[in-house]
Design a binder for this molecule. Structure first.
Ligand SMILES: [Zn+2]
Ligand SMILES: [Zn+2]
Length: 1010
C-alpha cells in the first residue's frame, strides 16, 4: 500500500493528526501531566517575523522540538514559550527601504517617533504565517503566549540587566578606534564586524613623505586606505629595523624627468620594490643603511596641508614627525607606516602614547569634511557593486598624489575587508565614543563557567566557541540607532553626574511621569533636574546593541526579577538550547557573558549546534536562483516527518553543512515511513484483539524484541548525549530488520488461521491441509487438532509480538517523527493506553522483563541469538547473490545450501537453518568448509518451481481483482500453462490460493470470486 501511496496522502494524514492534537489539546496535556523528574528548562532563540521561515529556521525548530518531546516522555515538565525578536537594524533597514531612505538623516527628518512606530507595525508582518508553518512541521510551542522583545516587560528586564552590570562596574564609556557603518551611522561590535568579512579588491599605494630638513629625501609609506591620507599626523618606523636610503640620480630622460631624489624604506623590502626602482635607474652602489631609531624625530611634510596650519589644533607640535613603534613590521609595504589615528587601532594607540594631534577628516556618515577642500563632501567608501565607484575616492586621492609628486607606486590587491552585516556597506575604522561591557577583565570567570557546558558536536567547545572566548574583547554595546532597547542612563549636561535606571518604576518616581513604553522616542522626552547642580538630566542618546536583548532573553522572557522571581531562580540555568553555528559568537556568547556578569554562572548546560542547509549543488540557497525546493512544498509532498527525519539523521545536526536533496527526503519516505507503513498494513490485515506481549519463545519474536531493546538503548543514548543523528539513524536499521526480516520470515505465522498461501505450506502439503481442516469445526483427528492449536498459538505470539514492537517503536519514534508515530500508536493502541503517543513514557529496554526471564533461565543466550540471526542474514545475502549470479530466481526451489562455518555448531542452529532455508528456498542448509549453493535443478524441483510460479500469478490476479485473502475464488489458467503439472498439484494449488476450482481459461491467469 504505502509504496504506491500518493505523496499528498501523507500530508493529509499529518494534517488529520494535527487536527487530532489540537482538538484533544494533546500539547497542553503534555504540559499538565505529572512530571516526576521536575522542570527541564529550554531557552528559545527568538526569530524575526520579517520574513517567512527558511531551512535554517526549520532545522533549528526541529531540533528544538525533538529534545523537549524526548524529555517530556522522560517525565519532565518542559515549557516551551515562543518568542519574537523585534528590535534592531534588520527591521530598521526594511522600513528605511520601504520609505526610500538613503541616510540616517532621512530618519531624523521623519522623526524618531514616527519611524519607530512604523518599525513596531512592520516587525510582526509574517507572524501569522509562522503560526501556521511552525505547528505544521510538527513543532510544539506555546505561540499564543509568546513574549516580544519590544514589549515593556521584556525591555524592563533588559534595563535591570544593564543596571546589574553598571552597578558592578562592568560598564564604561571610552573613546577609541571602532568599526562603524557609514550608511547606518553606528558603531558595531567585534562580533558584528566578524560576520561581515568579504574578499574585495582595493588599491594599495606607496606614498612619498618628504623630510623637512632633507629636501628631495622621501620616506616611502604604504597604505591600503588612500582615503585616510588627509588624516595623516605621523609616520611610524620600527626602531630596530634596518632601513636604506636609495639614490635616484638626476635623469634627463624624455619619459621620466626627475630631480635627484632619495627614498627611505626597510632594507628587507628593497627587493619587493626593485622593479620600479630599476625603472627609475636607481644607483645600486649608493645604498646607505640607517637604523630605524635614527629616523625617529625627523619632521616631514604631510601630503595634504588641511590641518598642519591650524593653530588651534591641540598637540599640533607633536604632529608630522617620525615615531618609533613596535607594531611596524616588514611583512608588507615598506616597513614605514602612515599614521591616521582617527582610522586605525594601532594609530589610535600611538596617539594616546605620544599625544599626537587628533585629526578626523571624515564624518560619521563617511563623507569628507568641508576643510578637506579638494574632496569636501565625497564619500570615502561608498557601497557599490562596481569597483570604480567603491574605489572612486581612493582613485581621486591617487591622482592628487601623482600631480603633486607624492606618488611612488600602486598595486591592486585582493584582501578580506569587513562590511556591514546588515546593509553591506564597507565599514570604516573610526575613532569614536562608545559604551562597553568589560569582557577582558572577566575572562577567567567567563572561561571557568564555560567549562561545564556540554556541546554537540563536542569540537565546538574548544574550537569555534573556545577560541572566540579566548580572543574576546570588551563588548561595544552602544548603537547610534532608533528601534531598540535603550541605554537607561541619564546624565547631567552640566556636571556629568550619571544615573542608571533598572526599572520603569524608578524612572517614574524620579521624573513624576507615567511610563508605559521604554522606547527611545518616549523616554528621550523624560528630562529632570540634577540633584548635584542646577543642570538637567537627559538620557544619553545611544540605544543598546540588539544582542543585549538576545543575551537578556532568559530574564526578559519571564520579566525577571519583577515577576517569577523565585521560580526563575529555581530553574536557572537552562538545560538545553539550540541554534546555528553562527550563534557561537552571538546568542550563545552574549547569554553566557550576561549570566557570568550577573550571577557568576553559565546560562545553559547543553547546546546543540546545527550547520547550514545549502542548495543541492552545495551553493548557498538563493531565492533569486530558486535553487532549492520551498520547504512547505516538501512538506506537502513528502510530509513533515520525512523532512524532520531527513534533517535529524543528517550531518546538519552535527554543525556540518548539508546540501539539501529532495531525493534524500524521498529516500527517507521509502526506507522508513513507506516500509513501516507496509508493516503496519500487514499487521492490520491479520490483527485481531490479541493484546501486545513480549513473552513469546519463538526465535523470531525473541530476536525482534532483542533488536527493539538495542534500538531503545541506542536512541536513548543519542538523546541523552544530545547527538540527534545518533538518536535517529538506528531507527532505519530497526525498520529494515522488522520489515524485510521479521515480518517477511513470519508471514506464514500470521496467515495461518485464515488460509495458507505460504511458501512453507507448499513444501509440506500435509501441514497445509491440516491447517485448512483446522478451520472446520468437526475436525476429528487429535493430531490435527493439536497442530491447529499450535499454529493458532503461534499466530497469537506473532501478533502479540508485532503489536508490542510497533507500540514501543511508535514511542521511540515519537520525538523524531511525531505524526507517523501517532498514526502507528493509534493503530496498535489498547483501551487502557494513553490517549496519544506523546502522553506516554519513554520505553525502557526490557531490563525488568529480562530479569524475570532470567529467573527461569531464559534470556542468558540473548547475545548468541542476536549473533546467530546476523549470521543467518549474512548467509542469506550471500546465497541470494549466488542465485542471482547463476540466474536462478528465488521461486525455483533448490536442494542444498552449505554455509561456511568453523568450530562447533552454534546454538539456535536448528531454528536458524530453517529460517535460512525458507528465505533462500532450499530443501536444507548445512554447515561446511565453504559457502556453496547447489544449483542443480532436478525435474522434481523444476516442477515445484513451476507450481510456485503459478501460485504467485494467481495471487497477483487476486490482487488485481482487489480480493481479500478470505474471498474464495475460481482459478482459470492460461493457454501457456503446463496443464499436466498443474493438475498433478491441484490440491496444493487450491489450498495455497484459497480457490475452489481450477479450470482452463484463455490468455492470462484469471480469478473469479465465488
Ligand atoms: Zn550598515
Ligand atoms: Zn549636575
Amino acid at each position: 500500500m504505502s509504496a504506491e501511496m500518493e505523496k499528498s496522502e501523507v500530508a493529509k494524514r499529518e494534517e488529520e493528526t494535527l487536527a487530532f492534537w489540537n482538538e484533544r489539546k494533546i500539547f497542553e496535556k503534555t504540559l499538565e501531566k505529572s512530571a516526576p523528574n521536575g522542570e527541564y528548562v529550554f531557552y528559545d532563540g527568538p526569530p524575526f517575523a520579517t520574513g517567512l521561515p527558511h531551512y535554517g529556521h526549520i532545522v533549528a525548530s526541529v531540533i528544538k522540538d525533538v529534545v523537549p518531546r524526548y524529555f517530556t516522555m522522560r517525565g519532565y515538565h518542559v515549557p516551551r514559550v515562543w518568542g519574537w525578536d523585534c528590535h534592531g537594524l534588520p527591521i530598521e533597514n526594511i522600513v528605511e527601504k520601504e520609505l526610500g531612505f538613503k541616510h540616517k538623516k532621512d530618519i531624523l527628518h521623519m522623526g524618531v517617533a514616527a519611524f519607530n512606530e512604523r518599525c513596531r507595525e512592520r516587525v510582526l508582518t509574517y507572524a501569522s504565517e509562522w503560526e501556521k508553518i511552525i505547528p505544521r512541521i510538527g513543532r510544539w510551542a506555546d505561540m499564543k503566549n509568546a513574549y516580544r522583545t519590544m514589549d515593556k516587560p521584556f525591555m524592563e528586564s533588559v534595563w535591570w540587566v544593564f543596571k546589574q552590570l553598571y552597578d558592578k562596574g562592568l560598564v564604561y564609556e571610552d573613546y577609541r578606534s571602532m568599526h562603524i557603518c557609514p550608511r547606518c551611522e553606528t558603531t558595531l561590535s567585534q562580533q558584528e564586524v566578524s560576520e561581515g568579512y568579504k574578499d574585495v579588491k582595493d588599491i594599495a599605494v606607496t606614498v612619498k613623505f618628504e623630510l623637512v630638513d632633507e629636501p628631495g629625501t622621501f620616506l616611502l609609506a604604504w597604505t591600503t586606505t588612500p582615503w585616510t591620507l588627509p588624516g595623516n599626523v605621523a609616520i611610524a618606523v620600527n626602531p630596530d629595523i634596518e632601513y636604506v636610503r636609495v639614490n635616484i640620480p638626476r635623469l634627463e630622460d624624455e619619459e621620466v624627468i626627475l630631480h635627484e631624489e632619495n627614498y627611505i624604506l626597510a632594507k628587507s623590502r628593497l627587493d619587493a620594490h626593485k622593479p620600479i626602482l630599476e625603472v627609475l635607474k636607481y644607483d645600486a652602489r649608493k645604498l646607505e643603511t640607517i637604523m630605524g631609531r635614527d629616523l625617529v624625530g625627523k619632521r616631514y611634510k604631510p601630503p595634504f596641508d588641511y590641518y598642519i596650519n591650524d593653530k588651534n589644533l591641540k598637540n599640533r607640535e607633536n604632529g608630522w614627525k617620525v615615531y618609533a613603534a613596535d607594531f611596524v613590521t616588514t611583512d608588507t609595504g615598506t616597513g614605514i607606516a602612515h599614521e591616521a589615528p582617527a582610522f586605525g587601532a594601532d594609530d589610535w594607540a600611538l596617539l594616546k602614547q605620544v599625544n599626537l594631534p587628533f585629526v578626523q577628516h571624515v564624518n560619521g556618515d563617511g563623507t569628507m569634511k568641508p576643510e578637506v577642500k579638494d574632496f569636501a563632501g565625497v564619500e570615502v567608501k561608498p557601497r557599490s557593486e562596481e569597483d570604480n565607484v567603491r574605489l572612486g575616492t581612493d582613485i581621486a586621492i591617487l591622482k592628487y598624489l601623482q600631480e603633486h609628486n607624492l606618488f611612488f607606486s600602486k598595486e591592486n590587491i585582493a584582501h578580506s575587508y569587513p562590511h556591514c552585516w546588515r546593509c553591506d556597506t564597507p565599514l570604516l575604522n573610526y575613532a569614536t565614543s562608545s559604551w562597553f561591557v568589560k569582557i577582558e577583565a572577566q575572562k577567567d570567570e567567563i572561561l571557568r563557567n564555560a567549562r561545564p557546558i556540554n556541546w554537540s558536536p563536542e569540537h565546538i567547545k574548544e574550537g569555534r566557541w573556545g577560541k572566540w572566548l579566548e580572543g574576546a574583547r570588551d563588548w561595544s554595546i552602544s548603537r547610534q540607532r532608533f528601534w531598540a532597547s535603550v541605554i537607561p542612563l541619564w546624565r547631567c549636561e552640566k556636571c556629568k553626574t550619571a544615573r542608571v535606571f533598572g526599572s520603569a518604576q524608578e524612572l517614574e518616581e524620579v521624573s513624576g511621569k507615567k511610563i508605559d513604553d521604554l522606547h527611545k522616542h518616549i523616554v528621550d522626552d523624560i528630562v529632570f533636574s540634577c540633584w548635584q547642580c542646577d543642570g538637567e538630566m537627559h538620557r544619553i542618546p545611544d540605544v543598546l546593541d540588539t544582542w543585549f536583548d538576545s543575551g537578556s532573553m532568559p530574564y526578559g522572557e519571564r520579566h525577571y526579577p519583577f515577576e517569577n522571581k523565585e521560580k526563575f531562580e529555581k530553574v536557572f540555568p537552562a538545560q538545553f538550547i539550540a541554534e546555528g553555528l553562527d550563534q557561537t559568537r552571538a546568542w550563545f556568547y552574549y547569554m553566557h557573558i550576561l549570566a557570568v556578569s550577573i550571577f557568576g554562572r553559565n546560562a545553559f548546560q547543553n547546546v546543540i549546534v546545527n550547520g547550514i542547509v545549502l542548495a543541492e549543488d552545495g551553493k548557498k540557497m538563493s531565492k533569486k536562483l530558486k535553487n532549492y525546493p520551498d520547504p512547505m512544498e516538501v512538506v506537502e509532498k513528502y510530509g513533515a516527518d520525512a523532512l524532520r527525519f531527513y534533517l535529524l539523521s543528517s550531518p546538519v545536526v552535527g554543525a556540518e553543512n548539508l546540501s539539501f536533496s529532495e531525493k534524500g527526503v524521498d529516500e527517507v519516505v521509502k526506507k522508513n515511513i513507506g516500509r513501516l507503513g507496509n508493516v503496519l498494513a500487514f499487521y492490520q490485515l491479520y490483527a485481531n484483539d490479541t493484546p501486545r506481549d513480549w513473552k513469546s519463545g519463538n526465535i523470531l519474536d525473541r530476536w525482534i524484541l532483542l533488536r527493539l531493546d538495542e534500538l531503545i538503548r541506542e536512541v536513548t543514548k543519542g538523546f541523552e548525549t544530545y547527538q540527534l543523528d545518533a538518536a535517529s539513524r538506528p531507527i532505519t536499521g530497526f525498520i529494515d530488520d522488522l520489515s524485510v526480516w521479521y515480518v517477511r520470515r513470519s508471514r506464514d505465522r500470521f496467515k495461518t488461521a485464515d488460509f495458507s498461501a505460504s511458501a512453507a505450506s507448499l513444501r509440506d502439503p500435509a501441514e497445509s491441509s491440516a491447517v485448512s481442516q483446522s478451520t472446520s469445526p468437526d475436525s476429528a483427528s487429535p493430531r490435527l487438532a493439536f497442530e491447529a492449536e499450535k499454529s493458532a498459538l503461534d499466530k497469537r505470539n506473532a501478533l502479540a509480538t508485532l503489536r508490542y514492537a510497533l507500540h514501543d517503536l511508535s514511542r521511540v519514534m515519537a520525538p523524531i517523527t511525531p505524526f507517523f508515530a501517532e498514526y502507528i500508536f493509534q493503530a496498535v493502541r489498547e483501551s487502557e493506553d494513553e490517549e496519544s503517543v506523546h502522553l506516554t513514557n519513554w520505553p525502557e529496554a526490557r531490563a525488568t522483563a529480562n530479569f524475570i526471564q532470567r529467573i527461569f533461565g531464559a534470556g542468558k543466550d540473548d547475545e548468541q541469538l542476536l549473533s546467530a540471526m546476523s549470521f543467518a542474514r549474512d548467509a542469506v545475502t550471500n546465497a541470494l547473490m549466488q542465485r542471482s549470479e547463476a540466474g536462478i530466481k528465488v521461486r525455483q526451489p533448490l536442494t542444498k545450501l552449505t554455509i561456511k562455518h568453523e568450530g562447533p555448531e552454534p546454538i539456535f542452529w536448528k531454528d536458524i537453518a530453517q529460517i535460512i532455508s525458507d528465505e533462500v528456498n532450499v530443501k536444507s542448509s548445512v554447515l561446511g568448509a565453504r559457502t556453496e549453493l547447489d544449483t542443480a535443478i532436478t525435474p522434481e524441483l523444476r516442477e515445484e518451481g513451476a507450481v510456485r510460479d503459478f501460485v504467485r500469478s494467481v495471487q497477483e490476479a487476486r490482487k488485481k481483482a482487489k480480493l481479500t485473502p478470505r474471498d474464495k475464488v475460481k482459478v482459470f489458467y492460461g493457454a501457456g500453462a503446463d496443464e499436466g503439472v498443474l493438475l498433478k498439484h491441484e490440491v496444493e494449488i487450491l489450498a495455497a490460493t484459497n480457490a475452489a476450482e481450477l479450470t482452463k481459461g484463455e490468455g492470462e491467469v484469471r480469478v473469479e470470486k465465488i
